[in-house]
Design a protein around this ligand. Sequence first.
Ligand SMILES: Nc1ncnc2c1ncn2[C@@H]1O[C@H](COP(=O)(O)OP(=O)(O)OP(=O)(O)O)[C@@H](O)[C@H]1O
Ligand SMILES: [Mg+2]
Length: 374
Amino acid sequence: MSITEGDVAIRLRGVEKRFAGATQPAVTSLDLEIPRGQIVTFVGPSGCGKTTTLKMINRLIEPTAGSIEVLGRNVGSMKKPELRRQIGYVIQQIGLFPHRTIAANIATVPKLVGWDKRRVAERVDELVELVGLDREMLQRYPSELSGGQQQRVGVARALAADPPILLMDEPYSAVDPIVRGRLQDELLALQRRVNKTIVVVTHDIDEAIKLGDRVVLFEVGGVVAQQGPPGDLLAAPASPFVEEFLGRERGLKRLSLLTVADADLTTGWTVEAATPSSEAVEVMRANGLEWIAVRDDNRLLGWVWLDDVAAVTRAGDAPLHEFRAHVTPSTPLREALDGIVTSQTRVAVVIDEGRYLGMLTIADISESVGRGTG
Ligand SMILES: Nc1ncnc2c1ncn2[C@@H]1O[C@H](COP(=O)(O)OP(=O)(O)OP(=O)(O)O)[C@@H](O)[C@H]1O
Ligand SMILES: [Mg+2]
């Protein structure tokens, strides 16, 4: 791992936690660096020490040994309120205060640290918009909101005092899969706006892969089995444990992380619309093509059948068919693959702001996924 000094938001060195009476440590000699401005996901089987590690970062649990630094300072030497102002915390099962209104829930930390009424009210307004809640919900109580809405309140509350760091423990475990997917998308969109350092604990590997710039996969005892960008874990699992935890469809999971820009495109067979059809037919026959793409300079007009070209004067005079699968460099390869297998020509055309860049075939996709897997 090569993170330079100033870029580390949270650093754990030789951290250990032994609970009284336990035979095995919950966390064993853990070294970890969480880069600033990234989302890092902690994933692993139940009881592997994810929550314990998170709680040691904001000192809800004190480590038995080792040191933890947050933004360059040892947390042991910081006053807890000071530390908590740096760290927003979304606890397992959301944990809103049931007898406080939504507005009062969100305002918890700003009030605690002594903001005046007006500043608190303004901040609550801002947060409601940021996490996508309706203002009319502010005077309701948590039980009067859906699970997904409560979760958004939990995030708003954690962000209230604008901490640089956000710790989230199984934030989406209480909501159904559809809402979960939406909340995950919202978190990614939110992160593009707020650019925090975020640690998300989950036991769902797909969630860890989707959300994490980096994934830390734990084994029981708080031991890191492997960490890195999700694509690296999927491409080269470090042990049978990791491989098993990553589960089935590793190839497809990688496809959803890679984009068209990661693949080497095929130039594809194309002719200019003005090309004499005899010439186009010759090219097609020489290369065993049944169809060919027709372009007008940088623009792709569509594709034509060999037989149709043979019957006209210029390639562009033949009946044009539209390419069904259009992708851009930022399209995930998984989506591009879907387009390819459902199109007649078995290729996706890659267009960037109207400009034709090339074609993508299943072979190109396999090639880019196969790279690095040995
Ligand atoms: N207060 C405690 N006293 C004793 N043992 C504890 C305490 N809290 C946690 N443990 C133990 O420490 C280990 C790690 O627990 P932790 O809550 O960190 O796991 P986790 O990875 O968050 O699991 P889950 O996915 O189920 O939430 C477990 O074996 C647990 O039983
Ligand atoms: Mg836990």
